[in-house]
Design a protein around this ligand. Structure first.
Ligand SMILES: [Zn+2]
Length: 178
């Protein structure tokens, strides 16, 4: 008789959260879980955002600096989404948020209102909702954004594609990409 795989341990959900972006004509409230933002470089192709690997062989347009865009991500509770998310923000929005705080102040426990105007390049504004500060010790733990960001940008698939192309060029087995 062939053994079947039994395991009484309930599987943990993957450490991947929804990526939330400011919505046109709306003000959305987020309760920050992370003490600070995480930042990543990307490339804007004119149609889509792709991750930057800092490597001309792997990046869109050989890592052309003119297409590079930075985004900050904050682990937060989304009041509208009604779940934990990573809020994706432009440099201007992160700068605006930081400018409302003391230099090294933690975001954890702060509620922020994120508004976006109408139109494609509409300005995003952020305001602290100071009356709704929560005790940081009573919030769920904050997590790193990288698993969610990697999932969002389909980096796993890109790794596989890149490995295939490199192995084809070199005539060698693909290298391990961690
Ligand atoms: Zn790049």
């Amino acid at each position: 008789m062939i053994a079947i795989l039994r395991d009484d341990e309930i599987p943990k959900p993957p450490n991947v959260l929804w990526i939330a972006t400011p919505k046109a004509g709306k003000t959305l409230r987020y309760l920050c879980y992370a003490p600070k933002h995480d930042g990543y470089w990307t490339h804007w192709t004119g149609k889509v955002t792709l991750p930057c690997f800092g490597d001309p062989r792997r990046c869109h347009g050989e890592c052309n600096p003119e297409t590079r865009r930075w985004y900050g991500f904050i682990h937060a509770w989304g009041n509208t989404e009604n779940k934990q998310v990573f809020l994706q923000l432009t440099p201007g929005a992160v700068r605006s948020l930081r400018s409302q705080l003391a230099p090294a102040a933690s975001l954890r426990g702060l509620s922020i209102d994120v508004s976006r105007g109408n139109g494609r390049n509409a300005h995003v504004s952020i305001h602290l909702a100071e009356l709704v500060v929560r005790d940081p010790n009573r919030l769920p733990p904050w997590i790193d954004s990288e698993p969610s960001v990697r999932h969002f940008w389909k980096i796993k698939e890109m790794d596989a594609k890149w490995d295939r192309s490199i192995s084809f060029e070199n005539g060698q087995p693909p290298s391990q990409v961690g």
